[in-house]
Design a protein around this ligand. Structure first.
Ligand code: PLP
Length: 404
């Protein structure tokens, strides 16, 4: 049985108050809170193990290297990749996508080529591609979506041509909560020999992801959204692809030999990991993924599904409530507007009641433009949220609505 109160006891921050009110943290799409197990692993490593990885023969360096490389294996198993060579540690989803956009752009994008992204991407999965397209004289094409917030796959079929170099799509929208049919998108792109990047920033914390089942070529996610520390993330890439791409940054660790005339590059995954990695964070990320494993992703999914359905049901009872994002496959993110109350006013007043939600464009300005709105209020749920917290949110919105 999933015991949410026992889970909450692992997250000290959840028992604090803000403005004299118990904190109701519903901004998990932005970042999740950290369990003791993660924070304690970081403190323990700094107190007892700390040494730079890969470069030392001494005891501590070996131990830190072992922890760092064991973490790579935890990540591999968590996303069911074939090999640890396919797991590149980065600073987060954003850096993962920048790395890929740069390296893939260098390797295979020419003037007149095209990159396909979806209408509901986070800026992190638009801007790096746009920058690369500008550099290379390539074009960005967009998969359209319906008013409900579902991608139009028939339109994608037409966007995939011999000029398409990659398709980039989020698995779960950070605004609409839509769960996109990425497996189907991968199949469609692969039929035409086109690789696919899946942005997993909002899916990894909420559902089992399986690289071999999805069959995507690249996949990016952030540690801090899955109960891990900030400053660490992952780029997964199929080995055959990563072998073909040039490095993103130069420096230590990514080299085999250096002379002033020429540098040869290290083997995977180190070719893409220039400089000292955040080895304390990688170790803590592994602790976070193990924490999720111990709870069981299927239990987390069931808990969050129940919570999201409950929240949707309760929120819809509020007069003037407009839920933004009505996809049939919906994850633990709910965006909304109430009457003509500005999202910022709603967010600010909820905050005074101790409720942390996000307001604004959620780093998805093109999506806001498509929806014809400036922003939304977003409540995003996590493994430690409760129905009582949903009730506090609903009561809070009701109070604010009556004030207006
Ligand atoms: N992609 C999506 C779908 C996101 O929701 C986010 C963060 O909100 C990102 C990318 C960027 O993640 P990060 O800021 O951790 O790099």
């Amino acid at each position: 049985m999933y015991n949410v109160n026992k889970v909450r006891a692992d997250f000290p921050i959840l028992s604090r108050e803000v403005y004299g009110k118990p904190l109701v943290y519903l901004d998990n799409g932005a970042t999740t809170q950290k369990p003791r197990q993660v924070v304690e692993a970081m403190v323990d490593e700094y107190y007892n193990v700390n040494a730079n990885v890969h470069r030392g023969v001494h005891f501590l360096s070996q131990q830190a290297t072992d922890l760092h490389e064991a973490s790579r294996e935890v990540v591999r198993a968590f996303i069911h990749a074939r090999s640890t060579n396919e797991i590149i540690f980065t600073r987060g989803t954003t850096e993962s996508i920048n790395l890929l956009a740069f390296s893939l752009g260098e390797a295979m994008v020419k003037e007149g080529d095209e990159v396909v992204v979806s209408a509901m991407e986070h800026h992190s999965n638009i801007v790096p591609w746009q920058m690369m397209c500008e550099r290379k004289g390539a074009l960005l094409r967009v998969i359209p979506m319906t008013d409900e917030g579902e991608l139009q796959l028939d339109a994608l079929e037409e966007l995939l041509t011999e000029r398409t170099r990659i398709v980039c799509c989020t698995q779960v929208s950070n605004v609409l909560g839509t769960v996109n049919p990425v497996k189907e998108i991968v199949r469609m792109a692969h039929d035409k020999g086109i690789p696919v990047l899946v942005d997993g920033a909002q899916s990894v914390p909420h559902m089992q992801v399986d690289m071999q089942d999805l069959d995507c070529d690249f996949f990016a996610f952030s540690g801090h959204k899955v109960y891990g520390p900030t400053g660490v993330g992952v780029l997964y890439g199929k080995e055959a692809w990563l072998e073909k791409l040039p490095p993103y940054q130069g420096g230590g660790e990514m080299i085999k030999n250096v002379t002033f005339q020429k540098t040869t590059y290290n083997a995977l995954p180190y070719k893409f990991e220039a400089g000292t990695p955040d080895y304390v964070a990688t170790h803590a990320l592994a602790k976070a993924l193990n924490y999720v494993n111990d709870l069981g992703m299927e239990n987390i999914e069931a808990h969050e599904r129940e919570l999201t359905l409950y929240a949707l049901e309760q929120l819809q009872r509020i007069e003037g409530m407009r839920i933004i994002g009505r996809a049939r496959q919906h994850d633990a993110v709910i965006s909304f507007l109430v009457g003509d109350i500005h999202h910022l006013d709603m967010g600010t007043l909820l905050d005074r009641l101790g409720i942390a939600v996000r307001t604004g464009h959620h780093c998805a300005e093109p999506l806001m433009r498509r929806l014809g709105i400036e922003g939304t209020v977003r409540a995003s749920f996590s493994l430690y949220n409760t129905k009582e917290e949903v009730d506090v949110l609903v009561d809070g919105i009701e109070r604010i609505r009556k004030m207006f």
